[in-house]
Design a protein around this ligand. Structure first.
Ligand code: ADP
Ligand code: ZN
Length: 287
């Protein structure tokens, strides 16, 4: 009997799961992200009672995914206290002498959704989460897209919505998608948390404009078959038609897109996109 493990290592919580050969989840746990040592102690407690075959890890970042790098497997320049330059993969490898897949949290979610969720019928998708930050992952021809590092789709430059002068919430960029459209930006612009905003608030048009602008750019660069949107902010279902409409307007008729209701969609796996992606990556380590 093979057991596959999954760790979705997030900035606020670590979601760990164990699944059988069919990727049916046997046990799942959510642990608060405290400091690395204490968090890992709890992770080990969870996995130690299983004879794991392989593990898949999708981590918050930035992380080092370059196998040739001396810091491969590290969480690198995160602002999260205590987690900068932490060898997360190394710590897991020291504990478990098994194959371990290592990628970003959003790549894992993209992989899970593409193979088992909203992108099941496709080979190439983008997954974008709009929450505390904005992060994106791409699967191209069935494989997670990585280069010298992993994509940072949340930090692309966007043009400002007319007369939008709110300060960017990204400490690095004055005009990036995350700084102008993540949950904290919504709150900065309105003084109200996203989840408490009325569904017909004016701010959603601004939000849709920024997200559509980003999707236009991803579309032009990667031409994915589908774009899957998740994260807390995307619980606002009214955003979907607004984004589709804005995309159509911003793109003009330059590229004939797939039907927009099929092209821009929500997640199918809900809270399990990342977990299923990690499990699948774990299983593939043994193929
Ligand atoms: P995280 O990104 O930390 O994993 P979430 O995806 O839940 O977690 O994102 C949290 C952010 O999303 C916060 O800024 C919060 O205000 C915002 N948010 C959460 N739920 C909603 C909602 N239903 N509508 C709009 N914004 C939301
Ligand atoms: Zn930025």
């Amino acid at each position: 009997m093979a057991y596959y493990g999954s760790i979705e290592a997030g900035g606020t919580k670590f979601v760990c799961a164990i699944a059988d050969e069919e990727l049916k989840i046997i046990e799942r746990i959510s642990l608060p992200t405290t400091l690395p040592e204490a968090t890992l102690e709890q992770v080990f407690t969870f996995f130690d009672s299983y004879d794991l075959t392989a593990l898949g890890v999708g981590s918050f970042g930035p992380i080092d995914v370059n196998r040739k790098s001396s810091t491969y497997g590290y969480i690198t320049s995160t602002p999260k206290p205590g987690w900068r330059n932490i060898d997360l993969l190394g710590a897991l490898k020291a504990r478990y002498d098994i194959p371990i897949a290592w990628t970003t949290d959003v790549n894992a979610a993209a992989y899970g959704e593409m193979h088992l969720g909203a992108g099941k019928d496709t080979q190439s998708c983008i997954y974008l989460t709009v929450g505390t930050g904005v992060g994106g992952g791409a699967v191209v021809n069935g494989v997670v897209l990585q280069g010298f590092s992993h994509p940072e789709m949340g930090h692309i430059s966007v043009q400002r919505y007319p007369n939008d002068t709110v300060e960017s919430t990204c400490p690095y960029h004055d005009n990036c998608l995350e700084g102008l459209a993540a949950g904290p930006a919504l709150e900065k612009r309105t003084g109200i948390k996203g989840q408490s905003l009325a569904f017909d608030h004016d701010v959603w048009a601004i939000e849709a404009f920024y997200l559509a602008q980003a999707l236009m750019n991803y579309t032009l660069v990667l031409s994915p078959e589908k774009i899957i949107l998740g994260g807390g902010v995307m619980k606002q279902a009214q955003l979907f038609p607004m984004i589709r409409e804005s995309l159509k307007q911003q793109l003009g008729d330059y590229v004939a897109l797939p039907p927009l209701e099929d092209y821009i969609v929500g997640c199918d796996l809900e809270d399990n996109s990342g977990t299923m992606g990690c499990l699948l990556l774990a299983k593939e380590q043994c193929a």
